[in-house]
Design a protein around this ligand. Structure first.
Ligand code: SF4
Length: 369
């Protein structure tokens, strides 16, 4: 397994990453959308070659869990045949686009993303964690989503190209946005950005043509569970869905917010969240024990118990590493040697307000019998 144990880069299907429960195999659906046939095929592949669990990532990708090294080649072959993985590993590595999930055929987001996909071969090799954001609907919705270079709706209604770490960007003509992304990617590499790894850490001044002062438009409303003009939005508890749930469903769009948009369907799925007020939408919990060898507690059942009793954001973490959430949360429970530390407005591992609790003691603090 050591050949897969490389950390510090973004895994993809050609470069899976080892986790406690097997290989993680990342799938990057084109434009963030899976056709019904792709949903069926992916579900069957996840059940046949993995443990059936599929993560939804913050870049609107899907991640098959629990894949055995021995069956990974067969899985890869299926994913390529389904059109979910590029047969060329170099092209797959360059395919790091996050597209506003509510794009419509022929709109600016769809057109620019399609243009960029057609120009993948013109992109330079970029550090593996870098990505592009295409957010050209009537108002930006991906401002908080990770990305190094983005095309988004400008305050004056046009389009702008904006680099990570900059509040403002440069106006681009509608037909030239993809070319501008390719051009700025080349500037990044040629100006030494690869050593920094990400645009936000690259100190070089932007080239004159990319250093505009156009402001993005005010952000648009976020998707939320419930009806949507394209179908129905459903929440994924802890950002995961089991393949068995998806196997006979419609086309879906993946979002960076632990939500799936089922196209043309107005029904719910058991186990997924259909109520925008559901407290699980405010809860983060990593895989925990036994899936992660560094965990000393089971996390998700505990989070389900606590979430209705927590005001604000809850984070239950199997250890101090805090994989499930980078930011602080209002209530944080961290596993330590099989016991629980409770902290407030903190990250896992912070100085606890209550240390060394057992589950009953923790529940009692929240008034749970
Ligand atoms: S936070 Fe700790 S226990 Fe949870 S997944 Fe990360 S390493 Fe494992």
């Amino acid at each position: 397994m050591s050949g897969f144990a490389v950390r510090g880069w973004c895994p993809d299907a050609w470069r899976p990453m080892a986790a406690g429960d097997g290989l993680l195999v990342r799938v990057k659906p084109v434009l963030g959308r899976l056709t019904q046939a792709q949903v069926r095929g992916l579900s069957a592949a996840a059940l046949a070659h993995g443990n059936g669990w599929i993560d939804c990532t913050s870049r609107a990708n899907l991640q098959l869990r629990g894949v055995a090294e021995a069956t990974w080649p067969a899985l890869l072959e299926q994913l390529v045949a389904l059109g979910l993985v590029d047969p060329d590993p170099a092209r797959e590595a360059r395919r790091t686009l996050l597209v506003a999930p509510d794009w419509r055929a022929g709109d600016d987001s769809h057109r620019i993303a399609t243009d960029l996909l057609a120009q993948l071969g013109a992109l330079p090799a970029l550090p593996s964690k870098m990505g592009f954001v295409i957010d050209a609907g009537s108002a930006p919705v991906l401002a908080d989503a990770p990305g190094d270079f983005r095309v988004e709706r400008a305050a004056d209604g046009g389009l702008l190209l904006r680099a990570a770490g900059r509040q403002r960007g440069v106006v681009v003509a509608p037909g030239q946005a993809a070319e501008a992304l390719v051009r700025i990617a080349h500037w990044f590499v040629e100006s030494g950005g690869s050593a920094a790894g990400r645009m936000a850490r690259h100190a070089a001044p932007l080239p004159g043509w990319a250093a505009g002062d156009a402001m993005p438009a005010a952000g648009g409303p976020r998707l939320a569970p419930g009806r949507h003009a394209l179908g129905r939005v459903l929440g994924l508890p802890f950002g995961q869905v089991h393949a068995a749930l998806l196997s006979d469903k419609a086309a879906i769009r993946v979002t960076p917010w632990r939500l799936l948009l089922t196209e043309g369907v107005d029904g719910t799925l058991p186990g997924l969240i259909d109520d925008p007020a559901d407290p699980l939408l405010r809860a983060d919990a990593c895989a925990g024990a036994p899936a992660c060898p560094q965990a000393s507690i089971a996390t998700r059942d505990l989070a389900r118990q606590l979430a209705p009793h927590v005001v604000g954001r809850l984070h239950v973490s199997g250890c101090a590493k805090g994989c499930a959430r980078a930011d602080s949360a209002d209530v944080v429970v961290t596993g330590r040697d099989g016991l629980l530390d409770l902290a407030f407005h903190a990250r896992p591992g912070a100085q606890p307000a209550h240390a060394g609790l057992n589950p009953a003691g923790l529940r009692a603090l929240f008034g749970i019998d």
